[in-house]
Write a protein that binds this ligand. Structure first.
Ligand code: IVH
Length: 675
């Protein structure tokens, strides 16, 4: 039986270790241990705490999974009021603010400022006593908020204990809790699939997640924290400026914005606003503006406050990501796999920096949930590179006789019956390639750059080819003749010759591209590549039964079913025969059924913007070739694929001497590996 003192020491050591790993993972974005090690340490700590209840501690990392539900939040007073900010909507308004600052300080030149992104989340106050997170509260009305300590403890990037040696007896750290876009999209995707109500935007998602009385629910939501101000703090030995406070927070392991900068002129402020504005769509979280703050605390206190906002700070707003407009109609679009997507036609509206006249309604479940009526006034959201969406309906503005939007019973393009698969929210046209909409999309996909790569076969041309009956399936492309092409509108001798040459040269392809080009449901590039590498020939893939398909990395039961369904349909078999007869060829691939992927043993990190595909797709392709992929660069990284904007990961890879490749080199390696 170990001594009690030993157990206590072990508990303390485990807590410190776990918090250190946690900080490395959530704040520094640099995991240093495999998940299994983290889990093993957490389990050991959980076991010790259960066996020795007297050692339990509310700031133990075991509490991050959530505690017993509350019946209500307690109201708590803020030691100092939590203020809001005045807004500036133009460079002129910002200039006027800076002029007022100079006038009030009675100085000729602008004092130093700090600029930071204005995060679109929920303001919180965190009070640490003796370095331990003692209380977290919402802003509330500015003087009183709600005690959300249990919920905030579950957020990985909030330290339960401040690191470093010198932290004050009591200190209040203020900042924003927000939900990064990827987590928000994933959460909504899950909600939509399960018939639950999605969140309107990441801000509401963060608010809704923090408002849970059951902190175990909060623990499952992807929330993050970023500090931007201090509240109550000791007077002595406290920094003299906002910038230094941020650095002090960082030294304690508290996350601060890596975009914060010190500036000293209106020009620099305008430039910062433009730079962040340009990056806005590619950031991983929503921002709604820039906050400028006078850096020096003495100057801040000279400037003071008006009503609810400080005179030393202003928020310069970005164009709103949500706007109100009217739905002029709903169109049902038929995709390549027959999926029917309702799309709202809108009175054009400026949102998220562009004019939008269409927005997706996702599926009929979503239309039903919104109870969308013809002519409804709606809120449209456009953020990041996500397509614009209708997020809510303003019911009060509904016209008296407006008709409810109903699901079509027949395909709007080919009039085939519409099917609804049990358990799926999607409506599907049952017409298959008889449906011109599906056929057009299939031909476009077949010819696309990453599939058969037929140059010059654009959307308008495909439309005409299908509408005139020149192309009834993808194999017909290889039978096109100059004579028939010339019957198409706007098709001259020269373009016809060029198109035929492009079709001719597309015959020589790779097995992976060919499989991808067939447009089998849920078979993307990575899966196509995995199939090609595993089986080595189209005959073997065609003949494969469910069990052998399931052996392929990247292929699960759903994809395996789609593959079987595709290859057993007679119409598809005929098209395949005709494609092969037309002379589509590829270099032989040696089947890797039992071999390892060509990139086995390598760990890749993908960062920055890619031209040819999304980062997710690139990672999938790498995994299909046997590589491991990771989100952060460490000593274990083999290669960093860096696109423009790779930023801190690029710097880190350089400092660690990790091999760095650009997109071109990446594509070359994929090709070499058989992709
Ligand atoms: S400073 C007295 N900095 O904006 C100054 N606020 O409209 C207090 N916000 O309630 C706020 N990012 O929730 C500050 N970098 C940032 C911010 C920020 C987002 C929010 C905060 C506040 C609201 C003010």
């Amino acid at each position: 039986m170990p001594e009690r003192g030993d157990i206590k020491a072990r508990v303390v050591a485990l807590r410190e270790q776990l918090e250190r790993w946690n900080h490395q993972y959530y704040v520094l974005d640099e995991p240093t241990v495999p998940d299994q090690d983290y889990d093993a340490a957490l389990r050991e700590l959980q076991k010790l705490e259960t066996e020795h209840p007297e050692l339990q501690d509310p700031s133990s990392p075991t509490q991050r999974v959530g505690a017993a539900p509350l019946s209500a939040f307690e109201s708590v007073a803020h030691p100092m009021p939590m203020l809001s900010l005045d807004n500036a909507f133009s460079d002129e308004e910002l200039g006027a603010f800076l002029q007022r600052v100079m006038d009030r300080l009675d100085v000729e030149s602008l004092p130093e400022l700090v600029a930071e992104p204005k995060l679109d989340g929920i303001a919180v106050s965190l009070i640490y006593r003796d370095g331990v997170l003692a209380r977290a509260a919402t802003r509330g009305d500015g003087t009183h908020g709600e005690d959300i300590t249990l919920n905030v403890r579950t957020i990985g990037s909030v330290p339960l204990r401040l690191g470093g040696d010198a932290c004050p007896d009591v200190v209040e750290i203020r900042g924003e809790i927000f939900m990064p876009r990827a987590g928000f999209e994933a959460f909504n995707e899950y909600a939509r699939r399960n018939g639950e109500k999605p969140f309107v935007n990441p801000r509401n998602a963060a608010a809704g997640s923090l408002r849970q009385l059951d902190s175990q629910i909060t623990a499952r939501r992807p929330l993050e924290f970023c500090a931007y101000a201090s509240g109550q703090h000791p007077e002595s030995q406290w920094p003299k400026s906002h910038w230094e406070v941020l650095q002090l927070f960082a030294s304690w392991g508290v996350p601060i914005s890596r975009y914060a900068e010190r500036l000293s002129s209106l020009e620099e402020c305008v430039d910062y606003y433009q730079r962040l504005g340009d990056q806005r769509d590619s950031l991983s979280f929503d921002i709604d503006g820039i906050v400028y703050k006078v850096n020096d605390f003495e100057a801040q206190s000279k400037l003071g406050f008006v009503a609810r906002a400080p005179r030393w700070s202003i928020a310069r707003k970005f164009p709103a990501q949500e706007a109100v407009t009217k739905v002029t109609g709903v169109e049902f679009q038929v995709g390549r796999t027959g999926a029917i997507t309702p799309v709202a036609r809108l009175e054009p509206v400026f949102v998220g920096g562009v004019t939008v006249s269409n927005a997706t309604l996702h599926n009929m479940d979503e239309v039903g949930r919104l109870e969308l009526h013809d002519g409804d006034t709606v809120v449209v959201r456009r953020a990041g590179d996500v397509i614009p969406q209708v997020v809510s309906v303003i019911e009060e503005r509904r016209l008296p006789d407006a008709a409810l939007i109903a699901a079509p019973s027949a395909c709007p393009v080919c009039a085939s019956a519409v099917q609804r698969v049990a358990g799926e929210a999607t409506l599907r046209c049952s017409g298959g390639l008889v449906c011109p909409a599906q056929l057009k999309a299939a031909v476009r996909h077949f010819a696309s750059r990453r599939a058969m790569d037929i140059d010059g076969l654009g959307e308008k041309l495909v439309e005409q080819m299908v509408d005139t009956g020149l192309v009834r399936d993808v194999a017909d492309l290889f039978r096109l003749e100059q004579r028939s092409l010339l019957t198409l509108e706007r098709m001259g001798e020269k373009s016809a010759t060029k198109l035929l040459a492009a079709i001719e040269s597309s015959r020589r392809t790779t097995l992976a591209r060919f499989i991808f080009a067939l447009g089998i449901r849920e078979v993307g590039e990575a899966t196509a590549l995995a199939l090609a590498t595993y089986f080595g020939s189209i005959e073997a893939i065609r003949a494969a039964d469910l069990d052998s398909l399931l052996e392929v990395p990247d292929v699960g039961p759903v994809v395996a079913q789609h593959l079987r369904a595709f290859f057993s349909a007679q119409a598809n078999q005929q098209v395949l025969e005709r494609l092969l007869a037309a002379g589509v060829v590829w270099p032989a691939v040696s089947p890797a059924q039992n071999a390892q992927g060509p990139l086995e043993g390598q760990t890749w990190v993908v960062s920055g913007k890619l031209e040819s595909q999304s980062r997710d797709e690139a990672e999938e392709a790498l995994r299909a070739l046997g590589a491991r992929t990771s989100k952060s660069v460490s000593g274990k990284t083999s290669v960093l694929l860096a696109g423009p904007g790779a930023g801190s990961k690029l710097a880190k890879a350089e400092s660690l001497g990790v091999e760095i490749v650009d997109e071109q080199e990446f594509l070359a390696r994929l090709a070499k590996a058989g992709a």
